[in-house]
Design a protein around this ligand. Structure first.
Ligand code: SAH
Ligand code: MG
Length: 236
């Protein structure tokens, strides 16, 4: 009934039980569910740790992620960004890392672009973001991370490094992006495995360099997610 004033109506009954979430994570149940079901490589406890970290610092400026893939981790960042009135930049060339190519462990043949014959996760990313209703908050940047970093000049409250995982590219992401983290802001690494039996050593080696720089100090660790805070003076 158009124009009907229903303000005195009893509040609608809640049909579905609300999932138990850490309210500090800044994700409403719909967005949390979208993040959980999205294609990608982000265990829920680590995604929630990322969201909580984002919520703690997002008032300091925009968030930036390296390694969009299909937008799963972007959703964990989107809730806190919206709550703080800021945005998430997420960078990927969308052609996948080495282990995502045909014949490798994490290959997904549904992500092959028939036009080019190459992997392309950008369409799935846009669907993930649109279906979750966060296209206004999540801004995709298509390109090579170190190249984008060379042209970047906006201070960031949080940089999340989850791109290529061997030492050289992970180091390039760290060197290119960490100077843009504001004092008090966070630098977050994913897939950090101290024990070589559990995973590749690239992110671990770069994490150690970040700590020994004296610029970043550990805040907390959840699974393979390591959260560091920038504790020195002004950004570059
Ligand atoms: N965060 C994602 C997973 C990222 S997987 C999730 O939550 O599921 C790593 C991604 O990094 C891949 O999509 C790959 O294309 C991207 N990547 C690797 N090297 C890159 C580079 N030099 N520049 C931009 N993106 C890169
Ligand atoms: Mg990862």
């Amino acid at each position: 009934m158009i124009g009907h004033d229903d303000t005195d109506r009893a509040p609608a009954q809640r049909v579905d039980p609300m999932p138990t979430i850490d309210p500090a994570a800044g994700l409403d149940p719909t967005l949390l569910n979208a993040a959980r079901v999205a294609k990608g490589f982000m265990p829920d406890d680590e995604g929630l740790a990322l969201a909580k970290a984002a919520l703690e610092v997002a008032s300091l400026g925009p968030l930036l992620e390296i390694g969009t893939y299909c937008g799963k981790s972007s959703l964990y960042l989107a809730g806190p960004a919206r709550e703080a009135g800021t945005v998430v930049f997420t960078i990927d060339h969308h052609h996948g890392s080495e282990e995502m190519q045909a014949g490798w462990e994490h290959h997904d043949s549904s992500l092959i672009d028939e036009h080019t014959g190459r992997m392309d996760s950008s369409v799935e990313f846009r669907r993930t973001i649109a279906d979750a209703g966060v296209s206004d908050v999540v801004i995709g940047i298509i390109g090579d991370s170190p190249k984008v970093a060379r042209h970047w000049n906006t201070p960031l409250s949080l940089v999340f490094i989850d791109g290529a995982h061997s030492y050289e590219p992970a180091l390039a992401d760290y060197l290119g992006w960490s100077p843009h983290v504001v004092p008090g802001g966070y630098l977050v690494f994913h897939d950090v495995f101290e024990d070589p039996d559990l995973g590749g050593q690239g992110p671990w080696q770069v994490y150690c360099e970040a700590i020994s720089s004296g610029v970043f100090s550990p805040v907390r660790t959840v699974g393979s997610m390591r959260i560091l805070v920038r504790s020195d003076g002004p950004t570059r």
